[in-house]
Design a protein around this ligand. Structure first.
Ligand code: GUN
Length: 284
């Protein structure tokens, strides 16, 4: 019954759009530049940062990488952030998380200029999302909204259930669905009788971080199911939060893992970087 939402197709469309706009800005003499800070040598973070650099190169965005040792002190990291805040050639700043132990993530996020905060983690940008007046949206929820739009899935008046209340995914996801007139429930690990909550969802977003957490009995017939999970199963295979094989026949639309939400996040980061450049050059 279900249609597979193809994140590779939607992310390619977003990247195409961004590349065309970057090219048009270039023709006016305006460059677009993303600075990425990586502290330490977490293997997953290294891969993420490499992928971000590759996407920048593909889209004509200048990428600057700052790799600092794991024993970097807070003052030195904040000094780099400050330098990038004041560098007019840098439009977007991203500090890859998690930071090594001993560094204060909250202070680093707050130090990044809100105008260059392409992750949309800064308290000012978080607040702007709350009031519905925003330029940057965290990349994962932004990517999910883009997928819904691409497949003409209307949120208006729908029961939307988000499982997970993280600052990066669950909370902003709930706000974006609310801004589109969804009736939003944010469920979490303390939710009583989760199944009775999720079973009402027309649109169900799973951002839990547990393989096969969402089973078929938790899903309404015809629901749209969005899987944010990035887990490894017992065999080391990448899998989402949703038991795809069991849920897919019940869903009207579903995102696979891999190839669903994952490819969208970097595309939306590129979109946010373009937005930052346009705003800083008064071209929005
Ligand atoms: N680490 C994992 N995901 C992200 C992200 O979206 N942004 C940053 N800065 N770090 C991350």
């Amino acid at each position: 019954m279900s249609n597979i939402i193809d994140g590779k197709v939607v992310s390619a469309a977003v990247k195409d759009r961004v590349a065309n706009e970057v090219k048009a800005l270039g023709d006016k003499g305006v460059s677009v530049c993303l600075a990425v800070i990586l502290v330490g040598d977490d293997p997953a973070s290294k891969i993420y940062v490499a992928n971000k650099k590759k996407a920048c190169e593909q889209l004509g965005i200048i990428s600057k990488e700052y790799v600092l040792p794991a024993n970097t002190c807070q003052e030195d990291l904040l000094a780099l952030v400050n330098q990038l805040n004041n560098d007019k050639t840098v439009n977007g700043i991203l500090c890859q998380l998690p930071l090594p132990k001993g560094l204060d993530e909250k202070a680093v996020i707050a130090a990044i200029s809100a105008d260059k905060d392409v992750d949309a983690f800064h308290p000012v940008n978080v607040g702007k999302i709350m009031i519905g007046d925003y330029d940057f949206v965290p990349c994962t929820p932004a990517g999910i909204m883009e997928m819904l739009k691409y497949y003409n899935i209307d949120v208006n008046g729908k029961e939307c259930v988000v499982i997970g209340r993280s600052n990066i995914v669950g909370k902003p996801m709930g706000m974006l669905l609310l801004h589109k007139n969804g009736t939003v429930t944010i469920a979490h690990s303390r939710t009583k009788d989760l199944k009775s909550v999720t079973s009402k969802a027309d649109i169900l977003v799973a951002a839990v971080g547990k393989a096969n957490f969402v089973t078929a009995d938790m899903v309404k017939d015809g629901a749209v199911v969005i899987d944010v999970g990035m887990n490894r199963n017992a065999d080391g295979k990448l899998c989402g939060d949703v038991d795809f094989a069991a849920v897919e026949p019940k869903a009207s639309y579903i995102t696979p893992v891999p190839g669903g939400v994952g490819p969208m996040t970097i595309a939306m980061l590129m979109q946010n970087t373009l937005t930052a450049a346009k705003r800083q050059n008064n071209l929005d």
